[in-house]
Ligand binder design. Structure first.
Ligand code: PLP
Length: 731
């Protein structure tokens, strides 16, 4: 039996050309760091630069002069790209590209199939074509597989040997990896290039993307402790695992690729060695997940552990105890792990303390859907003083602040009166009641709106009557009349996303059928219709929920109107029906905008127009930069307040996932149209009753929009959205 002396295998790389796929990831970058010291003639890093898979250019910062990274400026190079063929003049290929997130593979098996299997086959096809064209050229491929190829196992089967057959898959990733590994062996044998596969388990160490639990729980534990946060131990963390420090894994890789003995073989990279005939806790690097967490907490001197139940949705992929028998690789090439668990954790923690940007990077790069912290920053002093004034006065309900804000906001809307209430839903409920809408009546409402619009109608005892939306997502005024019957009393047009409905038509219908109009302006502070601010008709309801264009620090709402009599009634209704203290004229409720909220809103109202203008500029830029081929952007109008910026595309789910991976938050307003909500199932509507709302709910996506969103962030968002459409062209 031939053993490699360490020096021999190290010499093997002198003047050689090496390719590392996934070379900007955790293990790939550590491998690159090791290889540059062995004086190869060239190291080519191929990487698709997908950050949520752990790729990061910062991982190779200190060796960037010694490596080649083709297409870095263009966002990286995927292994399934035909261009790879131009870089295959190499001696060794470490094929590490892929996803390690097995939880994600369950949620998105097709995407995992693409990343972990189809891309690999395309890569092998390219290798085959290269070999065919260059018959005298030969390279050896090392494929990085995973212990997930064993699936769920029982305790008696431990430690797992390489010939253990996958009988009980735990997740799609294991299945895909198992296939990819076998494809490597088949391609290698059939087209005559040597291949070796290493099955990795729980590798940890420097340069791991530790802020994502999907990149390995151990790294995530380290992340949590270093931020002094709680490590949640699913199922109490009782299951056993083995852990390999990344330097040991890298050493196994270079030993395995350099030795001919490994050709067409697969090897476990575990820590169980037959020579000891049993595992030891630590020392041999096998221990419970709980114990591993306790050691991390002890060494980092921060954070703490908490045992929790297994999250229901992930229960079925828990593989139980798993650790691998690494006797075969030890026997064939003499590899064994050199780093004890405690030592490895010590080195790892030291690395992350020295490189704090691995801990905070996420926060820095994130584009949230809304950033209220940033939004309030410049107003904070003013708001602070206003709130202090209220506290000092200690008159917290129905005081001077509310009175002033009611006047100021009504004036802003171009109305005579405003009545501050508890929230937008109450504003709608109180308005409906004030207009004598009651049990037995029907109210027309768009089917594509926020849930509260319909709930307000139900709450006062009336019935909802849904109408489909038009291309602008607003109530389709051509479809209102067909819904009107003898019970219909009112229409609630909703100026959704900040765009005003066709009010001329709605007023015409209301006159014709003698219906009341109550405008839901909860998303339309400052929106215009023919030069007039909302509400356009007699009565408008606003919400000051924190995320609104004008939002307070909790719940808040207002009704505005020119109708003095109606306003008098509304004032009674919001305050137990009282006309004066302890004297109730009618039945009323308690729904008042309090003094603290009113004082905050008075400050923020001063900036509302400026904020709305900034939103308009953002929308304009989005419209310019987004690729219109597969995306329907909102039709730009100076009249809209751009409460939300909503695009429509057949690639919606792909874009949402991609943006998430790129640390950009996006949301869907709204994913389930009202008629499909369980609460309204009693209406027995069919899917096809509201074709637009149904279709749009699968295609709409709201991109971040708020006054503080920076131009470069908008550019980044558009670039990412467009990149998905480029690769998923549906036309
Ligand atoms: C269109 C619409 N109507 C009504 C409401 C209800 O407002 P609130 O949350 O203040 O009760 C909202 C806010 O979520 C809304 O967006």
């Amino acid at each position: 039996m031939q053993y490699f002396e360490k020096k021999d295998y190290e010499k093997e790389f002198y003047d050689k050309k090496i390719m590392i796929t996934g070379g900007l990831g955790f293990i790939g970058s550590n491998l690159a760091h090791r290889l540059v010291n062995l004086n190869p003639s060239r190291i080519i890093i191929v990487d698709a630069l997908i950050r949520n898979q752990g790729s990061d250019i910062k991982n190779v910062e200190s060796i960037k002069d010694k490596i080649d990274i083709p297409f870095l400026e263009d966002g990286g190079l995927n292994i399934d790209d035909d261009k790879i063929i131009d870089y295959l003049d190499v001696d060794y290929i470490f094929n590490l590209a892929g996803s390690v997130n097995h939880l994600y593979s369950k949620k998105n098996p097709l995407e995992d199939l693409k990343i972990n299997l189809i891309s690999q086959i395309k890569f092998l096809e390219t290798c085959k074509n290269y070999i065919k064209k260059n018959p005298f050229k030969k390279f050896k491929i090392l494929f990085a597989s995973t212990r997930d190829v064993y699936g769920k196992v029982s305790a008696e089967e431990l430690p797992l040997k390489e010939n253990f057959v996958l009988e009980n898959p735990a997740d799609p990733q294991g299945i895909h990896n198992y296939s990819a590994e076998n494809h490597h062996l088949w391609y290698g044998k059939t087209f005559d290039f040597p291949v070796v596969s290493l099955r990795l388990t729980n590798t940890y160490g420097p340069r791991q993307k530790i802020n994502d639990s999907g990149q390995g729980f151990l790294g995530h534990f380290i992340y949590k402790t270093l931020r002094n946060e709680v490590i949640e131990l699913w199922g109490g963390g009782k299951n056993l695992r083995d852990f390999n420090y990344v330097d040991d894994v890298v050493e196994a890789m270079i030993m395995a690729i350099a030795s001919e003995k490994t050709n067409y073989n697969t090897y476990n990279l575990g820590s169980f060695m037959k020579k000891e005939n049993k595992y030891q806790e630590i020392g041999n690097n096998i221990c419970s997940i709980k114990k591993s967490a306790e050691i991390i907490v002890k060494i980092s001197e921060s954070g703490f552990c908490k045992e929790i139940n297994y999250p229901e949705e992930n229960k079925n992929i828990e593989p139980g105890h798993v650790y691998l028998d690494a006797t075969k690789i030890h026997k064939d090439i003499g590899w064994e792990p050199k780093t004890s668990f405690e030592n490895g954790i010590l080195k790892t923690i030291h690395f992350y303390k020295e490189h704090p940007h691995y801990l905070n990077d996420d926060i820095k790069n994130k584009i949230p859907f809304l950033n209220l912290n940033e939004h309030h920053k410049n107003m904070l002093n003013e708001i602070d003083n206003a709130m202090k004034k209220v506290i000092h006065k200690s008159n917290f309900v129905l005081g001077e602040e509310l009175q002033k804000f009611e006047e100021e906001f009504a004036k802003y809307c171009g109305k005579k009166y405003g009545v501050g209430v508890g929230n937008g839903t109450d504003a709608l409920k109180i308005s409906l009641t004030a207009l004598n809408i009651k049990k037995g009546d029907e109210v027309i409402v768009p089917v594509n709106t926020a849930i509260p619009t319909a709930m307000a109608i139900k709450d006062i005892g009336a019935e909802v009557c849904f109408v489909d939306c038009n291309e602008n997502y607003l109530i389709d005024t051509n479809k209102i009349e067909e819904k009107i019957n003898e019970k219909t009393r009112a229409i609630i047009p909703v100026h959704l996303y900040g765009k005003v409905c066709n009010m001329d038509k709605i007023e015409e219908i209301s006159r014709k059928y003698n219906l009341k109009i109550i405008e839901d302006c909860c998303q339309a502070h400052g929106s215009l219709y023919k030069g007039k601010k909302t509400p356009i008709t007699s009565i408008g309801c606003f919400s000051f929920y924190p995320s609104k264009n004008l939002g307070c620090f909790g719940d808040g709402g207002m009704i505005v109107s020119d109708d003095e009599e109606l306003i008098k009634k509304i004032k009674l209704l919001r305050n137990y029906g009282q006309s004066s203290r302890y004297s109730a004229d009618i039945i009323g409720i308690n729904s008042r905008l309090d003094e603290i909220q009113a004082s905050i809103l008075r400050i923020k109202l001063k900036y509302l127009q400026e904020f709305n203008n900034k939103r308009k500029n953002i929308a304009k830029l989005y419209n310019q930069l987004l690729d219109k081929k597969n995306i329907t952007t909102p039709c730009y109008s100076e009249d809209d307040n751009y409460h939300l910026y909503v695009i429509r595309t057949k690639n919606r789910d792909k874009i949402l996932e991609h943006l998430k991976a790129k640390n950009i938050e996006s949301l869907i307003h709204y994913p389930i149209p009202l008629y499909m909500q369980k609460a309204f199932s009693y209406l027995m509507h069919k899917k096809e009753d509201f074709p637009n709302a149904y279709k749009f709910s699968n295609e709409i996506l709201s991109l971040p929009i708020y006054p503080e969103l920076k131009e470069e962030e908008i550019v980044r968002i558009c670039k990412e959205v467009n990149s998905v459409n480029k690769t998923n062209n549906l036309s």
